[in-house]
Write a protein that binds this ligand. Structure first.
Ligand SMILES: [Zn+2]
Length: 315
């Protein structure tokens, strides 16, 4: 059985950095956000984390052959259609019990099979025991977890909602688009607050099911003591990472040959991994937005150990 560590949580919570460190551990491989593979890889041939375009990347080309007999045998429209019908966070009740609807169950079974084959092929081509997948959407994690060939473990990354909301107001360029300048989307704080609440609520629900192993990791703890958090995740996935191995990855940067297929632009970074607690929101998030995000997310903020009235300085 192949272990898949599924990194879940609202984007801009440090998940890309966590994935690149985990993916550099011996016999681990990071594949990025494969939920975007049909659109950004197969359809648009965007750049892989290794720098090559998707179809020029040797890793993904072998994965396609291994999983499906070649990417040319995969019907992209069919894949996108299936994902559109099944892979929705609003389908959460059905994703937990697909047999409630016969039509849904048929689509669900086909998509689960396809994604499972993709993970198995990535493990095999990458000669890895553990695949790190960071699509983050709760629904996608449940699809992976439905494949009996995979041992899926959720790593639920949480970050202070005010930090997440502020981060989504900033303009960040997307380097995987080679022929033009394009930016990551931005969202208003109110929208991010609602998403933060819904997704973290869903992931806490998933974490409460004993059948789905789940580990919660706080962004603030990860950037403060990455070695300890990486070791926690490694042991949660049934492996081990000693201090020297993790420190070496932090010092030298992520291993070459990372093939994350989509995700935060940070995945293109090379060299030492500099983790710093990004606390800009404490001074930069407008008071009105801060009050709104705090109000919407208050119960879960408390539950995760955040202060409702944080100071301007980092604590
Ligand atoms: Zn690649």
């Amino acid at each position: 059985m192949t272990t898949v560590v599924f990194v879940a949580g609202v984007g801009r919570s440090g998940s890309t950095l966590l994935e690149s460190i985990l993916g550099s551990l011996p016999r681990w491989i990071g594949v990025g956000e494969t939920m975007h593979l049909p659109e950004r890889g197969l359809r648009e041939n965007q750049r892989c984390g290794c720098g090559e375009s998707f179809f020029d990347c040797a890793f993904w080309s072998q994965v396609g052959t291994h999983a499906f007999g070649g990417w040319d045998r995969v019907d992209v429209d069919d894949w996108l259609g299936l994902a559109g019908r099944v892979d929705r966070n609003r389908n959460l009740p059905l994703l937990l019990r697909p047999n409630l609807s016969r039509d849904f169950a048929a689509d669900h079974a086909r998509l689960v099979e396809r994604l499972g084959s993709l993970m198995l092929a990535a493990a095999s081509v990458g000669d890895a025991e553990v695949v790190v997948e960071s699509s983050k959407h709760p629904s996608y994690g449940l699809l992976l977890a439905a494949d009996p060939r995979l041992d899926v473990r959720f790593v639920h990354v949480v970050r202070d909602s005010r930090g997440v909301a502020y981060s989504w107001t900033k303009k960040v360029p997307r380097p995987e688009i080679a022929d033009r300048v394009e930016f990551m989307p931005t969202y208003p704080p109110a929208q991010i607050a609602l998403r933060w609440l819904a997704w973290n609520g869903a992931l806490s629900l998933v974490g409460a099911r004993r059948a789905l192993p789940s580990l919660r990791v706080r962004y603030e703890d990860f950037v403060t003591d990455p070695t300890r958090v990486v070791q926690q995740v490694a042991s949660f996935a049934g492996t081990a990472a000693d201090d020297a191995t993790v420190d070496d990855i932090l010092e030298r940067g992520a291993a070459d040959g990372q093939h994350s297929v989509a995700g935060n632009p940070m995945r293109f970074g090379t060299g030492p991994i500099r983790l710093r607690r990004d606390e800009q929101w404490r001074s930069e998030l407008r008071p009105r937005d801060r009050a709104l995000v705090t109000g919407v997310t208050a119960p879960m903020l408390c539950r995760y150990g955040y202060r409702l009235r944080p100071s301007k300085e980092s604590v």
